[in-house]
Design a protein around this ligand. Sequence first.
Ligand code: PLP
Length: 419
Amino acid sequence: MHDFCYKGKELYCEEVAVRDVAGKVLTPFYLYSRKTLVDHYTKLAKAFKSVKPLICFSMKANSNLAVVRALVKAGAGLDIVSLGELFRALEAGADAKKIVYAGVGKTRKEIHDAIKTGILLFNVESAGELVVINEIAGKLKKHVQVSLRVNPDVEAKTHSYVTTGKKESKFGIELDTAEAIFLDKARYPHIDLCGIHVHIGSQITLGEPFVQAFRKVLIFLAHLEKQGAKIKFLNLGGGLGIIYSDEKPQTADEFASRILPLLQGKKFQVIFEPGRFICGNAGIFVTQVLYTKKNQAKSFVVVDGAMNDLIRPSLYGAYHEVLSVTKNENLKRIQADVVGPVCETGDFLAKDRNIPDFGSGDLIALMSAGAYGFTMSSNYNSRPRVAEVMVSGNKFEIVRKRETLPDLVRGETIPSFLK
Ligand SMILES: *Cc1c(COP(=O)(O)O)cnc(C)c1O
């Protein structure tokens, strides 16, 4: 469910006509609904309320300050993967004690700064990283909480690029190795090895892979506890799928009804790290038609947005529904690709779609673009990154200005030997 729907012929975000936003900020831009964001967070929090979960929004899905702020205000914690995300989290007013830090390759500086900030815990993915955290924590005279990310070797049944819980993936630690690390915890006197973390992939629409993974992890946990390990945190990761076209993903309640029975009688602080589930359907990408063209094989709608703005179609063959910002029932429908101006054949936003025969100047919305949209955007082809706008009720504000041409060369210099 989301808050983008037609009123008459106009597409609205909550109580704001998308066309009005386009008139003010020009195209292309991302548009977020605060209400959808918070509703999705709340749905998950309510579904799991009996275990009082800490829901840490995965910032890599959408790290705009306004998005993070809206969720922090609603009570969310945050899942971060870099110092950049830590900086954003603090700028958005997050409580450090609700921040968990993940990633296979944390640098010494990242570990140092995160410990100083006083985050809740690190999700650790190798023994080497434990050695480094232990050493830095010792120097800072801190005792640091750590969860080990385990790799349960289950098939998440999603796109291969976003499957992370198979044994051939770079993520996590095999259960045997994780057990050895737990039994050897005396080697890390400045670390409190007190949690298990598992994250098996993204855009997972079925309950079964989660159940399989969590069962394995719970059996492993019981085994560890028998050997004296004290486990406080059970971090079940993110990965909940959403609707892009005709998927039928589990709802938060359906997910909870399968997972809660597994957690019965357990005293762990349960953590979730959803990204896409919270923000995916809370954002759209709005772009304007420049030209239409046809060759013998195909029809193309050339728009002002491109793969550098929204890379998911090029990267994963992802589907984003194409809607008219203003419906015009007089237009016949055609089969066409929606493509951008970037010099790559892979630059398309939609492929072989049955869409209205748009004309120059028409506004198009690519739906469900709130997750891994702006955060994956780049300046490829020296295209300034687009504006981001948030709606709340009948108000909207620009929450990130469109980049300017001088922004493109900020930090670059012509060296003295070329002057
Ligand atoms: C990316 C990621 C998430 C969020 O994944 P979604 O599919 O967006 O829910 C959560 N945890 C970890 C460790 C991740 O890498």
